[in-house]
Design a protein around this ligand. Structure first.
Ligand SMILES: [Zn+2]
Length: 123
């Protein structure tokens, strides 16, 4: 499935969850629908803390619609950490980092290999 973009609604939701989770991180799995990243899933057993958020890989759904992941950086950095780079390839192709203060422009999207990619926001 070709991913054409991310829905504005989901982007707003991710920013809102990131804000509500602050100063902790949140992490979620992103799902695409008809080529648009439009939904997120929290996994049972996901833990988060001020400097890390862990997914329980054994709980990962084998869902063909999994597009990637999203997580927040309460310190505002929009670069993937070393741990992020190890984590990205395990789940999908597109990975969002949402940094404090979590406005609509405080995010970046990365490929699984850690290179930044553009992602169209679809209203
Ligand atoms: Zn991170």
């Amino acid at each position: 499935m070709n991913i054409r973009g991310v829905s504005l609604e989901l982007l707003d939701l991710m920013c809102q969850i990131a804000m509500e989770s602050h100063p902790n991180e949140f992490v979620a799995v992103l799902l695409e629908k008809d080529g648009i990243i439009a939904e997120l899933n929290f996994l049972p057993g996901t833990t988060s803390g001020e400097s890390h958020a862990n997914l329980h890989y054994d709980m990962m759904p084998l869902d063909p619609h999994v597009a990637g992941s999203a997580h927040s950086h309460p310190n505002g950095a929009l670069q993937p950490s070393d741990a992020d780079l190890r984590f990205f390839p395990s789940i999908g192709r597109f990975h969002f980092i949402i940094g404090s203060p979590y406005s609509r422009s405080d995010w970046r999207c990365y490929h699984a290999d850690g290179t930044a990619t553009t992602m169209e926001v679809i209203p």
